[in-house]
Design a protein around this ligand. Structure first.
Ligand code: PMP
Length: 396
């Protein structure tokens, strides 16, 4: 078949092949990016969906406004304000079908063939694919344990004059890194100094373990004059409540939201009104704080169990920063004592030992570090994590 040229720019993900092997019996998987389905608040969501049907059946089952179901926009605005984002009005955000759609709408509205976009190295795989589909030339900004390196970022902004910069500042996928408060402020200053849009993708910020992370770029934008007009913030209920609801949102300059809304009209007309009404009732019922407390506690325990086991069983063969939130440990094979140094080879050997994870190289848009790999601690019990890490040690 003669497909559109734009498809030449993207490949199906290298890690999909690996996922086919996950169905094998007895495999312990650290490979997925899913939250744990056992943690879904089925009762609360069920109650909310009944309320949606019983109190607003017409609205919940009818076509709706492209910008989103008004009660949900209001609830999300309150949710964001409650997280320190300052004044957020319902009209400051549009509801998207997952934050994935927000990324797609940003691609549609901002990226033309050959446009430069700076992303972190490593970054979310679907973002790389999505932006490339619109013809973006991606430039990779290096990160360390404190997130993106702002000095390098500034050099790259000067050199490439990107259309925008895409960051996952808090517990990024795959890096798990938390951008320091100082760097957050610097990034907003860079946005203003170079008149460049910054996209803050933040599906994991609520999943902190001990102390809350530094305020979001959105929250901090109040301190850096002019930066709010250059900031796009993408949020999602996927990791904290349920990805199946497909509820995301985008906060940004009115001009950009208007164009994104127009593009969404041609794409899915609107996000499921039933899902939006359900999410609105869920938030209005005040269930979110308890839900967040519960999931944070479980993931914190699993992250600690995985970190401790990795240090104990793999020792100097791997290096990693203990995550302070999110779902992932981002690790690197050091080659110490002649052990493995290639994440792909390691992933294959690990499958043979009955444990799966994702090699890190595909998460880079350029200059991949082949020694890296990503482990998710989200879906395995602490007991399974210990067994899985023992298998990782045997696969080295
Ligand atoms: N951004 C990042 C960084 C993610 O990891 C994900 C999900 N894996 C998404 C966006 C998309 O999530 P959703 O569409 O479910 O909101």
């Amino acid at each position: 078949m003669a497909f559109a040229d734009r498809l030449n720019k993207v490949e199906t993900s290298a890690i999909r092949e690996l996922f086919k092997l996950l169905g094998q019996p007895g495999i312990i998987s650290f490979a997925g990016g899913f939250p744990d389905s056992a943690l879904f608040d089925v009762e609360g969501i069920s109650e909310a969906s009944h309320k949606a049907l019983n109190t607003q059946p017409g609205a919940a089952l009818q076509y709706g406004a492209t910008e989103g179901f008004e009660p949900l926009r209001e609830s999300l605005a309150r949710f964001m304000a409650g997280k320190g984002a300052g004044e957020v009005a319902a009209s400051d955000l549009i509801v998207t079908t997952g934050s994935q759609q927000a990324l797609d709408l940003l691609g549609k509205t901002l990226i033309g063939p050959g446009d430069k976009v700076i992303v972190e190295g490593p970054t979310f795989l679907a973002t790389i694919q999505c932006f490339r589909l619109y013809g973006a030339e991606l430039v990779s900004a290096p990160i360390d344990g404190d997130g993106v390196q702002t000095d390098r970022l500034e050099q790259l902004m000067v050199e490439h004059k990107p259309k925008f910069v895409y960051l996952i500042p808090t517990f990024g996928n795959p890096s798990g890194a938390m951008l320091s408060a100082e760097r957050r402020k610097r990034i907003l200053e860079l946005a203003v100094a170079h008149n460049t849009i910054i996209v803050e993708d933040d599906p994991y910020g609520d999943l902190y373990f001990d102390a809350p992370p530094p305020p979001s770029l959105l929250a901090l934008s109040a301190q850096v004059p002019g930066s709010r007009d250059l900031l796009v913030h993408c949020g999602s209920l996927s990791k904290v409540l349920s990805p199946g609801l497909r509820i995301g949102w985008m906060i940004g300059p009115a001009e950009l939201l208007a164009k994104a809304t127009m593009c969404k009209q041609f794409s899915d007309a609107h996000t499921s009104t039933f899902a939006q009404a359900t999410a609105a009732h869920y938030l209005q019922a005040g269930h979110m704080p308890a839900t967040l407390e519960k999931v944070r506690k479980v993931y914190a325990g699993r992250a600690q169990a995985m970190g401790d086991a990795l240090r104990r069983e793999l020792g100097s063969a791997v290096s990693f920063v203990q995550p302070q939130g999110g779902l992932f440990v981002w690790a690197r094979l050091t080659g110490a004592g002649g052990s493995l140094q290639d994440g792909h080879v390691y992933a294959r050997q690990a499958i043979a030992q009955g444990v799966a994870f994702v090699p890190g190289a595909p998460f880079y848009c350029s200059q991949p570090d082949p020694a890296t790999f990503r482990l998710s601690f989200a879906t395995a019990s602490e007991e399974k994590i210990l067994e899985g890490v023992s298998r990782l040690a045997r696969a080295l």
